[in-house]
Design a protein around this ligand. Structure first.
Ligand code: RVP
Length: 499
């Protein structure tokens, strides 16, 4: 006979936090969001902690090397998507590990025989005002000059003027050579009053550009998530099919932590994969997704360093509609968090849990943490930013970015949904969509973090651990949800104006 769970399973929007006493030292500046991501024994430190409890989803439309460096710079982590070739995924991991803060690969490059019109077209396309002029027009070709807006006058110069006639030639450039450190590069920028310093190798081939503005931006990011070599920490998604080939390549590329990316992780495939990784490599690995105590304990037994929670709550996910499996995200999280607490009491081993999917409002993140999550994973949230790998488009009067699920026909990540048998995506579990474009990751993250910290102060907590221990959470009725928004007033944007 079937087992029934007759209490409805709940989502975040059905809960609110009740404030606790806010003491005077409980201010947003005093709130620390550091959080463990790998299991640890009571009294010991976890091998990896995040400085902010954010991870970006293992998705083609979210987590590439650009997102990974941008998020690690702010203190969080990306798991680079695994639904690509092993070589491509390893190369993205390598790019993050080799990324040197402040050294950027030139994204605007032209050849000297191109024209002023080409410079203007490129500027319109990507808004960069510094263009590297290389022999072959690539970002690593022989550097022949630089063009900035100070090199031409639109009122005088004809648009077909060749770049070679107005660029600042290499012979007049101040440049750095391979091996220069960031402080040395910045000293040169300051001494010579430059906005940009090109770095070339011994054959005059362009390697990087160092910008004055990036130096300032970097100083604003004291929470960067770095390993002992001062490289950014990066994760990668794997599946339970090709892990014997994929994991060695990712480890070789320098990955810090893996996660098995699957919509249903309560399986013998996952158990075997975790055990294989643990037996053969010195790399951390998370597993999931699960929605109950049994699933959690099973993956913990396999050796997982963290467990991911959530089935069917993702913004682009239609698993619940298609297959009828899943559980309200809040209910899933509460049950797994309780199992984790019990496990911790019994064994003295703390296994971090990640709440994956279904975050719609910023306060959902704080609720997830209060309910026991150590960090959250989000797709839609990050897909909206400049740093996500997808196209920005104009639809009507609005800018949007593309965002598609791993189970959509576009991603065709059948390994994520495989339950054995015929290989391939037989039916879709995700959709292809747009999300409203929202600007840069940092400006959005700063605002979200500020909101979370002020909620935590309302709850009298200056750390995630304190929040988890002290939070008082209430269910809200459907009618009181109405009370929570603006109500019984005429909103000004509806077009009414005073006489
Ligand atoms: P959201 O943050 O609500 O956009 O959810 C992101 C999560 O959705 C991912 O981390 C993953 O668990 C899940 N996902 C990704 N693709 C699909 C799908 O196609 N069904 N679901």
């Amino acid at each position: 006979m079937a087992t029934y769970y007759l209490e409805p399973s709940r989502t975040f929007s059905e809960f609110l936090l009740i404030p606790n006493l806010t003491t005077k030292d409980c201010t947003p500046n005093n709130v620390d969001l550091k959080t463990p991501i790998t299991k640890f024994k009571k009294g010991e430190e976890p091998a990896i902690s995040l400085n902010i409890p954010f991870s970006s989803a293992v998705m083609q439309s979210v987590s590439d090397h650009n997102m990974a460096t941008a998020l690690a710079r702010c203190g969080g982590i990306s798991f680079i998507f695994g639904s690509q070739s092993i070589e491509d995924q390893a190369s993205m991991v390598r790019k993050v590990k080799e990324y040197k803060a402040g050294f950027v690969v030139s994204r605007s490059n032209l050849k000297p025989d191109q024209t002023l019109q080409d410079v203007l077209n490129l500027k319109e396309e990507n808004s960069h005002s510094t263009v590297a002029i290389t022999e072959d027009g690539t970002s690593s070709g022989k550097l022949l000059g630089i063009v900035t807006s100070r090199d031409y006058r639109l009122s005088r110069d004809s648009l077909d003027k060749p770049i070679s006639q107005f660029m600042t030639p290499f012979s007049s450039l101040i440049y750095g050579t391979s091996g220069i450190t960031l402080p040395e590069a910045n000293d040169l920028i300051w001494e010579k009053k430059l906005n940009c310093l090109p770095i070339v190798d011994e054959h005059q081939h362009l390697q990087h550009l160092v910008f004055r503005k990036d130096y300032d931006a970097d100083k604003e990011n004291p929470h960067g998530l770095l390993d002992t070599n001062k490289s950014y920490i990066v994760g990668a998604g794997i599946n339970t099919k090709d892990y014997k080939e994929r994991v060695p390549a990712l480890v070789e590329a320098g990955v810090d932590i893996l996660v098995i990316d699957s919509s249903d992780g309560y399986s013998e495939w996952q158990y075997e994969t975790v055990q294989y990784v643990k037996e053969n490599f010195d790399v951390k690995i998370g597993a999931g997704n699960v929605v109950d105590r049994e699933g959690f304990l099973y993956l913990v037994k396999s050796g997982a360093d963290f467990v991911k929670v959530g089935i069917g709550g993702g913004s682009i996910c239609i698993t619940r509609e298609q297959k009828g499996i899943g559980r309200g995200q809040a209910s899933a999280l509460m049950e797994v968090a309780e199992a984790r607490e019990q496990y911790y009491k019994e064994t003295g081993i703390y296994v971090p849990i990640c709440s994956d999917g279904g975050i719609v409002h910023d306060y959902h993140i704080t609720l997830a943490l209060a309910m026991g999550a150590d960090f959250v994973m989000m797709g839609r949230y990050f897909a909206r930013f400049d740093e996500s790998p997808t196209k920005k488009l104009k639809v009507g009067n609005n800018f949007v970015k593309e965002f598609w699920g791993e189970g959509s026909n576009r991603a065709r990540n059948w390994q994520r949904y495989d339950t054995g048998g015929k290989q391939g995506l037989i039916f879709e579990e995700g959709v292809d969509s747009y999300v409203p474009y929202a600007g840069t990751l940092k400006e959005n993250l700063d605002k979200t973090i500020h909101k979370m910290k002020s909620t935590m102060c309302n709850c009298g907590s200056t750390s995630i651990e304190e929040l988890q221990q002290n939070a008082r959470i209430t269910l809200v009725s459907a009618t009181s949800l109405v009370e929570g928004g603006a109500h019984d007033v005429i909103m000004k944007e509806n077009g009414l104006s005073a006489e």
